[in-house]
Design a protein around this ligand. Structure first.
Ligand SMILES: *Cc1c(COP(=O)(O)O)cnc(C)c1O
Length: 384
């Protein structure tokens, strides 16, 4: 059975000695725009591509304002700051995520609390969120949400759209409103993924994207903050550029700032990639359809399922997912595929098992644990 899967992946991606999980594709104006940066000397954080890249992403996602960052992790860090998360606050998120989500919470001195995910979205579960809040939170006289057990403020919630599939973001947003919790979306993996026609990352106060080399589109390294509030977007740009007060020659700064603005060189690649994004996503969705058809066969259905986009969503299918029947099968398939030149990987080690976050509060994490033991990501690059 595993050999049949290996053969199929080689059939769709070509029989090379090693098929990567997600390789970037540069088939557009990337080189031309990079040359333009060098020819004009605008290689750093000022230049037309930086502004153009922001405008392109803002238009594509429907966010009122998009602000570039050097990477997704510092976009998350800034999102925490701009949402008013402070030292000793608690931030609700999922244990099935990439470590950057939790690192950003830690940079502030706040603590993550891990809530379960849904099996049919792989993202934060609104049912589990509501249950945890009902049992553990109160809203005090100042309308601040607090943890009953320790009195700490529960300031924000960061759902993540896992492997590009949108979570139940509308329901989560509603719960956050009810409890006066700021909603920040980690949409690092989900550019091009829409929930009921609205782009992921635009449902809360702030959303973030990543353009790391393994994401759907890349700028080498890069990130973006998405805002519906224009003023907050302006403040974000100010903070990412060392909080310098605009002046032709004077250097005055009015806040502790950050050197987080993406260089023009990276944004040049980003503009070229944005020109191709719909083509890339159609291509990736076509690959997902091929996988879906293939795994429907009776040969596989007793053993594994191919994960398809949640209802009412259009997913970018960033990393395709199969769910095996137990941990043993997962480990066997990981071993077999990697031994035969196909890069596959399990989901991340759960955040609550890492030494830095072992002491954090969690709910039962029932689905989270079940999925961690069964998920395998299979090759998902754009096919050229
Ligand atoms: C990729 C990713 C990030 C940000 O990564 P950078 O490499 O810093 O751009 C954050 N969260 C998740 C879930 C990610 O997958």
């Amino acid at each position: 059975m595993y050999q049949k899967i290996v053969d199929f992946i080689k059939e769709i991606y070509g029989d090379s000695s090693s098929i990567p999980l997600h390789a970037p594709v540069f088939t557009g104006n990337e080189k031309e725009y990079l040359n333009e940066c060098i020819d004009t000397t605008f290689v750093s954080s000022v230049g037309k591509f930086v502004d153009r890249f922001e405008a392109m992403v803002s238009e594509y996602t429907g966010a009122k304002r998009a602000v570039v960052c050097v990477n997704g992790t510092n976009a998350l860090h800034l999102a925490m700051l701009l949402s008013g998360v402070e030292r000793e606050d608690e931030v609700l998120t999922q244990a099935l995520t990439f470590v950057a989500t939790c690192n950003a919470i830690s940079y502030i001195g706040a603590q993550p609390v891990f809530i379960d995910v849904d099996q049919d979205t792989l993202g934060l579960s609104p049912v589990a969120l509501k249950k945890w809040l009902t049992e553990n939170a109160i809203i005090d006289a100042q309308r601040v949400c607090r943890n009953k057990a320790n009195g700490k403020r529960i300031k924000a919630c960061i759902p993540m759209h896992t492997f590009g599939h949108p979570c139940r973001i509308e329901e989560i947003a509603e719960i956050c409103r009810e409890y006066h919790i700021e909603l920040i979306e980690d949409a690092a993996e989900s550019i091009g993924s829409f929930y009921k026609g609205k782009h992921t990352g635009t449902f809360g106060k702030i959303g973030i994207l990543s353009f790391n080399g393994n994401k759907t589109i890349t700028t080498g390294g890069g990130g973006m903050l998405l805002f519906n509030d224009e003023e907050l977007g302006k403040l974000a740009k100010h903070l990412t550029t060392q909080a310098k007060v605009p002046h032709r020659w004077e250097f005055v700064h009015d806040h502790i700032g950050y050197n987080y603005r993406m260089p023009n060189l990276n944004a040049a690649i980003g503009c070229a990639q944005m020109e191709q994004i719909e083509k890339f996503i159609q291509n990736k969705r076509e690959t997902a359809r091929k996988y879906e058809q293939f795994f429907k066969s009776e040969l596989f259905t007793p053993h594994l399922t191919f994960f398809t986009e949640p209802a009412e969503c259009r997913s970018n299918y960033w990393l395709n997912v199969i769910i095996l029947k137990d941990k043993k099968a997962q480990q066997e398939f990981l071993q077999y595929s990697n031994d035969h030149g196909i890069m596959t990987r399990p989901a991340w080690c759960l955040m609550n098992k890492l030494p830095m976050f072992r002491h954090c509060q969690t709910d039962q994490l029932e689905n989270t644990i079940l999925l961690e033991e069964r998920i395998v990501n299979i090759p998902s690059s754009v096919r050229i």
